[in-house]
Design a protein around this ligand. Sequence first.
Ligand SMILES: C[S@@+](CC[C@H](N)C(=O)[O-])C[C@H]1O[C@@H](n2cnc3c(N)ncnc32)[C@H](O)[C@@H]1O
Length: 258
Amino acid sequence: MVRRLQLFEFTDLPRCPETVRRLVTDYLRFVLRLLRLDGPMASLLLGLIRHTGADRLVDLCSGASGPILPILRRLQREGVSVHVLLTDRFPNLPAFALAARQAPGAVDYVPEPIDATCVPAELAGIRTLFEGLHHFPPAQARAILADATRCGAPIAVFEVTARSLLPILGSFLLIPMVFLITPFIRPLTWWRLVLTYLLPVAPLVIFWDALVSSLRSYTVAELRALTEGLPGPPYLWEVGQVRHLGLPVTYLLGRPAT
Ligand SMILES: C[S@@+](CC[C@H](N)C(=O)[O-])C[C@H]1O[C@@H](n2cnc3c(N)ncnc32)[C@H](O)[C@@H]1O
């Protein structure tokens, strides 16, 4: 296990050009779906939905919508229909609108910036974060959990990066992989092609953000420590890791105890 390093990711920077941010978040949505990581996430979410009776997911740090659509489909197959609200501090409006068109009536989005550490109380429902929590240093990650517990909102956090040697070394493979998979990423825009094959911005930015994501991922023990002494009503926390295709999916699920 490597020491946690709070380096920067391009997608965190307020000055990161929108085009570059979309290179990363569209890629991430594609890869999460390709690897079918929605499977274990949907199973874990299903338990939380059934325990809480919630009918809405308020997705924080949504990026390009991540694994939300395949998760919705899996939930629907289990007879559970929930409404999803996509949010982000830097909303990717074309991706949000596309997700809303692909799941009419089931997916909606907030076009204004929503900061995950301070979610408006009227956005009630289970708060979800897919590949989001590692972006925040411990004090802010705790603030996200505290904001949820203060409002009595259930929360589900999923991370597919891990701070161990294999994922860290694996980030280097992403450079050739981005060259290979780019033609399959949607939307396939001329700027994505230019910023991949003429100027290799996409491979380098995706490599860097993936490397940093691994280096600042939280372990199960660290996630558990973040849940201690939070304000609000008593909570039941479930923290763990499952494996899918050899990849770790670390999760933290929380809900009011009563
Ligand atoms: C790695 S992307 C994850 C995207 C998506 N959840 C997925 O699974 O593909 C992280 C997202 O967090 C957003 N973000 C960064 N800081 C944020 C904050 N303080 N509040 C809300 N979103 C934030 C970024 O804009 C980016 O879209």
